[in-house]
Design a protein around this ligand. Structure first.
Ligand SMILES: [Fe+2]
Ligand SMILES: [Fe+2]
Length: 345
């Protein structure tokens, strides 16, 4: 039987007589030492049919049921609400160096709820304004239209990401809090390493885990399977998503990005935010990955899957960070999140 390691993709030909029919087995990959899991239960009847699977994922995917589930999940991306129009407009304003505060102020005409929230944020202690801001135009003049555009994005995504995500064990607001942490962290890192990426890094951070919104109900329906997969402490939650659902949340997020018209570089970084070494030197993917890790280390993680987060050493190295840089970033991220959350309570 052909067995492929899900981690290093090495393929092994194992004599059928060494594989116990009707059982689940696992063994360390001789090449990379990660655990290879093979589920022989679904192959009892056709051992000649080269069922081959490293993690059991292929087995599930190849079965009709696995394919049907993948299809269903894929389709449910379209059930997500669209990204509010104001975010697209705010992005355009950010991208155009000649844009003025008037360009940005116009978008609030259509979205008063966001306007009110933005004003509340602008008046928060975080921005340290000496005078009370009462209009969007005034906020734009004092804060700068870039900061204002950022406030628009934050306000708009808070309602999308603010719900409880039961499958992942997240209370209402927790995914948004984590997303904010990754957005602030990504922007701080980008400012140090490649300031041209700052705005993209912030936006990528805010929506990097949006795939969880799609997968949540499917995870919840299969809670028992996830617990079983995680029980031996060997597998990550990410690997469980892939094995049980056929997609991990980063893969399905790239579909969400298409729906939301997210620019390609941001979508690619999101697609590879858990394994940036596969993104072919996408610097934004490295930034997002390290910011995600910093959020986890700061206690601003995402419930169920935070404990099994693995930071790729190559990403940390590529950014040239030392331990003290990481702890400084952690402090800054925690402070930024606390300040912002206070205004959203
Ligand atoms: Fe993630
Ligand atoms: Fe994350």
């Amino acid at each position: 039987m052909r067995v492929e390691c899900a981690n290093c993709q090495k393929v092994y030909d194992i004599p059928d007589e060494r594989l116990p029919a009707g059982k689940k087995i696992k063994f360390p990959c001789p090449a990379c030492k990660s655990v290879i899991k093979v589920d022989m239960r679904s192959h009892q009847a056709d051992t000649d049919a080269v069922p081959s699977s490293a993690s059991g994922a292929h087995a599930d995917k190849k079965s009709g049921e696995g394919e049907a589930l993948k299809e269903k999940i894929f389709k449910s991306v379209s059930e997500l609400p669209p990204m509010p129009q104001v975010v697209h407009k705010a992005r355009k304003v950010l991208a155009d160096p000649n844009s003025s505060f008037k360009d940005l102020a116009i978008i609030f005409v259509t979205d008063q709820a966001i306007a009110a929230r933005v004003l509340k944020l602008a008046n928060s202690a975080y921005y340290g304004l000496s005078q009370q801001v009462s209009s969007i135009q005034q906020a734009s003049v004092i804060l700068g239209h870039k900061t204002l555009a950022e406030l628009v994005t934050m306000s708009a995504t808070s309602s999308l990401l603010g719900k409880d995500i039961k499958g992942y064990g997240l209370e209402a607001g927790e995914l948004w809090k984590h997303s904010l942490a990754v957005a602030f962290g990504s922007r701080l890192i980008a400012k140090k390493k490649n300031p041209a990426f700052s705005d993209d890094a912030f936006a990528a951070g805010l929506i990097h885990d949006s795939g969880k919104l799609v997968l949540d109900k499917y995870v919840l329906e299969r809670k028992g399977k996830f617990e079983e997969f995680m029980a031996d402490g060997q597998g990550s939650f990410l690997a469980a998503e892939k094995e049980i659902l056929g997609f991990d949340h980063a893969e399905i997020a790239s579909e969400v990005c298409k729906k939301w018209n997210v620019p390609e570089n941001v979508a690619t970084a999101i697609r590879y935010h858990h394994y940036p070494s596969e993104a072919q030197e996408n610097e934004l993917a490295n930034i997002l990955h390290v910011a995600d890790g910093i959020a986890m280390l700061s206690g601003l993680g995402t419930g169920e899957d935070a404990l099994s987060y693995e930071m790729e050493e190559s990403a940390v190295k590529s950014l040239g960070f030392k331990d003290e840089d990481i702890s400084k970033l952690m402090d800054q991220v925690v402070a930024s999140v606390q300040n912002t959350m206070q205004e959203f309570q």
